[in-house]
Structure formats: C-alpha cells, structure tokens
Design a protein around this ligand. Sequence first.
Ligand code: ADP
Ligand code: MG
Length: 312
Amino acid sequence: KVKSLSDLPGVGQSILNKLIEAGYSSLEAVAVASPQDLSVAAGIPLTTAQRIIKEAREALDIRFKTALEVKKERINTKKITTGSQALDGLLGGGIETRTMTEFFGEFGSGKTQLCHQLSVNVQLPLEKGGLGGKAVYIDTEGTFRWERIEAMSKAIGLEPDSAMNNIYYMRAINSDHQMAIVDDLQELIGKDPAIKLVIVDSITSHFRAEFPGRENLAVRQQKLNKHLHQLVRLAEMYDLAVIITNQVMARPDMFYGDPTVAVGGHTLYHVPGIRVQLKKSRGNKRIARIVDAPHLPEGEVVFAITEEGVRD
Ligand code: ADP
Ligand code: MG
C-alpha cells in the first residue's frame, strides 16, 4: 500500500527531492495541489505533476464514493470501550477509529484519566471492546503516571508490564516539539502498524503558554490548526483513533453554550471530530456531554473515576 510520496510509482529520488524542496513533503500536500502550481514550484513537467497528483489522490482514496460505500466504511469503523457503558453509549459504542475525539473540561474533570484508560483498553481484544492494538501517548503537561496504567491494566486482566510495553510515551517539551512528534508519527506507525490510538494530552497547553493573548491569536490558531489537521489525517490514513484533550476554564454559566469560545469570541478551532465536554459532579462522578457531533444524538451521561479506572 502507498503510504508516502516515495511509494508512488514514478517518484524517484530526484523528483522526491524537488517536491520536498518545494514544500510538498507529504501525499496530502501533493493530492490537493494544482498541477500548474506543483509543476512550477517543483520544476517538473506539467504532465508529471498531473500524474503524481492523480496517484496521490488514489493513494489517499480521494474520490466520489456512493453513500452506500460511505455506510459500509462507517459500519466497519471500530470502537474502543471507555470502561463505562454509559459513556460508550453516549459515543455510539466507544471511541471511533478514523476520527479525532476531543475531551474538554475543567481541571480534574477526568481528561487525563480517560486517556490512561483508553491507552490500556485499546489493547483489549476486539470481543472485549479493544482493537488488540498499541497506543502512542504524547504528554504535554507531565501528568502521565505509569502507576495508573499498572492499576488499570490489572483491573481488566491485562499483564501490567506488557500493557506498559504497548504504550509509546513521549513528553512534548514545547509546541514545536509537539508538532514535530506528530510529524514523525507516520514513520513510527509505518514501523509498528499495531498502533491504533494516538493521544495528545493536552493539545492546547503549550500553544496557550507560548502564544498568549489576543495579539498572538492568529499565529496560535494557524499552528494549532495545522497540528490538528495533521492528526485528523493520521486517523484517516492509518484507520486509528486520535484523542486530544483541552482544558477550559469552568464557567458555570456556559455549560449549555460552547465554553471553548475563547475570550474575545473566537472559537478555538474548526476541525472535524467528536467533542465531549466533561464536568465534575459529586465525589468521583463525572458528567459527559457530546457537543455538536454530526451523527450522535445530544445527551449527557454520568460515569465514575475509580482506583480501577473509568467505570459506570
Ligand atoms: P484532568 O486531566 O481533566 O485535569 P484528571 O484526569 O487528571 O483530570 O482527573 C483527576 C481526578 O481523577 C482526580 O481528581 C481523582 O478524582 C481521579 N483520580 C486520579 N487518580 C485516581 C486514583 N488512583 N483513584 C481514584 N481516582 C483517581
Ligand atoms: Mg490532565
């Protein structure tokens, strides 16, 4: 299967170098380029540019499909259980592959615990709600705890050391590093196709810290959008689930509005995916609510965070 530019027939080292130098370093970049632009920028004949673009589009399956094909693709979408039947129900069965799912909410609302739980649950066999796969955990806040992985895997009958061995962990030091890690993920996933889940906890913290305030809004959004779209493409290309978290301030007056409308009235970003708002409730209870998912009914459920992990 074609997974990168160099896999395209007719793209040898010399054309590959020209494409990369001209800034067309991925299949996606080429697939959406115009033949004229690509030809001029990379200094290759127009017919070559046309052919490469066509091949890139085929490789990425960019074409008209019938609605029936879409249905069949979607029905085959696999899901990862969260550990809570109620939350799974809210999500239409669990966390979907080929999709980016965002958990957002105030501090302590359970975002990181859910990330830990899903990096364990993805390893379960299909019949137990997993994908028999591995996880990549990109930690921007330093809140990953192997102790939680150990406890959660024991609780569902997975051998803790092998469960930990199936989670690739990286601490992202700053936003550039965070973006570079995602840039390099294609290579890691190429080497280890068992990877079925990519987590970025949290997606926004570095960007907020490095580009604060309104004066930096444009740059922040631009970088964040690029990063998010790259994650969405990974999900689609490799049939994996992407989970991101986003800490938003608790605003009691906003639970039924969109609380990620940042100060100043700008929405944080516009990328496809499922957005789940988390809220603290009494004791270890948490409330989850779906925000503007294209195909899921609105509603909210209660789940719990226990010593053993996410439960009903
Ligand atoms: P967020 O990432 O949204 O800020 P977390 O996912 O870190 O929040 O959630 C923290 C909460 O998870 C804690 O306040 C606690 O209620 C619960 N929690 C964390 N560790 C444990 C544990 N070992 N046993 C039970 N609950 C825990
Ligand atoms: Mg957290």
